[in-house]
Design a protein around this ligand. Structure first.
Ligand code: 5GP
Ligand code: ZN
Length: 112
């Protein structure tokens, strides 16, 4: 059995507030939002992080970005931040590739 929480969302076993989807990716609201718009875009294929996905399915990496762009445009924002935490020290807590899409407020740099 796969105990990956995002695979559970993809399988419909765990509820999620889905905002967009395509053949290869799903986008849903983060359960702990850090901005007025905080969406996670994930591949339907399980890969631990975005680099692994790039090796496995490079076209799906591009699709993550396309759907992120569409979600922010549909929400009426033209500025947004994409984040792909990779590894525990970088803040990754779910080991199924995901792009954080953050928009709707001014964002500080450098990040914490
Ligand atoms: P990471 O820390 O791996 O970069 O990001 C994981 C994100 O997934 C966190 O922002 C967390 O709030 C979100 N998250 C974890 N579990 C769930 C869940 O079951 N549903 C939703 N919608 N978001 C989740
Ligand atoms: Zn998974």
């Amino acid at each position: 059995m796969n105990d990956c929480i995002f695979c559970g969302i993809l399988a419909g076993e765990i509820p999620a507030d889905v905002v967009a989807e395509s053949e290869t990716v799903l986008a849903f609201r983060d359960r702990n939002p850090q901005a007025p718009l905080h969406v996670l875009v994930i591949p339907r294929t399980h890969a631990t992080n975005v680099a692994e996905l790039a090796d496995l399915e490079p076209e799906t990496v591009a699709e993550l970005v396309r759907v992120a762009q569409r979600v922010t445009a549909d929400a009426g924002y033209d500025s947004y931040r994409l984040v792909a935490n990779t590894g525990e020290d970088a803040g990754q807590s779910v080991f199924h590739t995901h792009l954080h899409v953050l928009a709707g407020r001014t964002q500080a740099w450098p990040p914490g």
